[in-house]
Design a protein around this ligand. Sequence first.
Ligand code: F6R
Length: 612
Amino acid sequence: MCGIMGYLGGRDTVEVLLEGLRRLEYRGYDSAGVAVLVDGKVEVVKAKGKISVLAEVLKKGKPEGSVGIGHTRWATHGPPSTKNAHPHPDCEGHIAVVHNGIVENYLELREKLQAEGHTFRSETDTETLAHLFEKYYDGNLEKAVRRGLKDVKGSYAVVAVSDRDPGVLVAARQYSPLIVGLGEKTGENFVASDPSAILPFTRKAYLIDNGEMVVLTKDRVEVKTLAGKAVKKRVFHIEWDAEMAEKGGHKHFMIKEILEQPHALRQTIGERISGRGPELHLEELHLTDAYLRRVKKIVIIACGTASYAGMAGQYAVEKLCGVPVIVDVASELQYRECVFDKDTLGIAISQSGETADTLQAMRMARRRGAKLLAVTNVIGSTVARDADGVLYIHAGPEIGVASTKAYTSQVLAMLLFCVHLGVVRGAIKPAAARRLLRGIKRLPDQAQEFLDGQAGHVERLAKKYKNVMRYLYLGRGAHYCTAMEGALKIKEIAYLDAEGYAAGEMKHGPLALVTDEVAIMSAVIEGPHYQKSIGNLQEIRARAGKVIAVANEGDEEIQKYADDVIRIPKTEEALSSVLAGIPMQLYAYHVADLWDREIDQPRNLAKSVTVE
Ligand code: F6R
């Protein structure tokens, strides 16, 4: 949460910062600000609200200079307000800082600094950083930052500017993401929370690791450890281009990303399935066959949507490979004293690769001896770097806060992993593997077929049910995850009451919720659980609930038990969770749009959750 950006160079500094912040806005959007060095003075402009509000304020008086920092906030300490917006200056206004993370010992530091005479103006934890750097400043910003950070417990990606060190930015990282953009033309450099911010300007970067700091001028970038030892970095080339992170004529990023799914799924498959067999190549996992044969348990580490993708993987791996799989949200996993050992494989699933809960649970798994595989979208992200092997989903930048294409690509990546594991362990016979791989290869076209044939129908259904305020989402087996993900989507973007349940659980309580005012969205996909799912629909209709079923093409039976049906193409049951997620997203999108919600930036949320 929170996005930070810094720039030194010859362009219009404020415009560069605003452009970068707009691209980081998915990380937080309750207030924003910039600080620019103008004629030897740090000038700060802040506003409550989105970047567009800040941009309006800046139109009335834009600080002109060649060095600046900016921030877009997701409030943790202190409510959204202009006062609590970053950048935060020290007492005299010589230094200003932007920060993403949490200073855990900020109360203790604040009291101490206040006792030493520092005056605080905000309620944020971040302001302590500005005063700490001020306290230790003796003519060199780099030294002050290094010394100040020694007192800090918690997480940070921080950038500081000082009017007594003109032409320099100092940045540091501990647990929150940070990237340096190396100017394509000489005489400029960038620093930001993630690659999307620097994409319009450069695709050459340094990935900054935990415990590192960076001193930037317009012509030089020095990376050091927090202790001051020089670090040699490799230049990292960002594959995404700026256009991929644009709306491309769509009303929202979310709908663009929903419609992009056939392409994203094709990218996830990439060259991994090839030949006439076909065969699967997953050498990139860096997990030897001997190790995969030895694995006794898999623990999936993920949050929110990514954890539901994990549930799809759990179902497939248990069914097809016979390996026990645990899925729990990463924020809880840490408290469960979950048993990890050398024969446990932890699989961390994370679109952003920066989710603090996921990273924390990975660290715990590592300490207890597990090996770690990352399934992530962002190349070079912390999740990828902290794991032994990585399966990139290659879904392209996902900007809408509600995850869509990353979800289906994560499910698909888990299916690829499942086939690989099953083949290596002899649990999936070669003929079955070929059949599954052919099925997986068809998924992108089937996703397109669904979108071409059913998107209009889903939009009409959203209109028909627009006034329904309460939903239950149901699914069994491979579609328990579909129910959970469907409910999450409509909750987070349409702000409607929705619960996801394993369909079999209805009679253990939730059936009491069913009235004629409740709509039930149920994934009733052909497979071993079909008849039982039909049974659930009968129980619901007997209680006047309205049923929208997501069912296979050609299933005539379902008409008798549902008020409306959305059709998805037929595929193997274990693979169908990829396709069944798409109608759920599309329905939630249209309902939210009818309610005129802020779809790409729902209230109170942020895309990359870098606080625990
Ligand atoms: C919901 C959503 C979130 C994320 C969760 C984990 O639409 O996007 O639930 O899935 O915050 O994020 P990542 O995958 O970046 O670790």
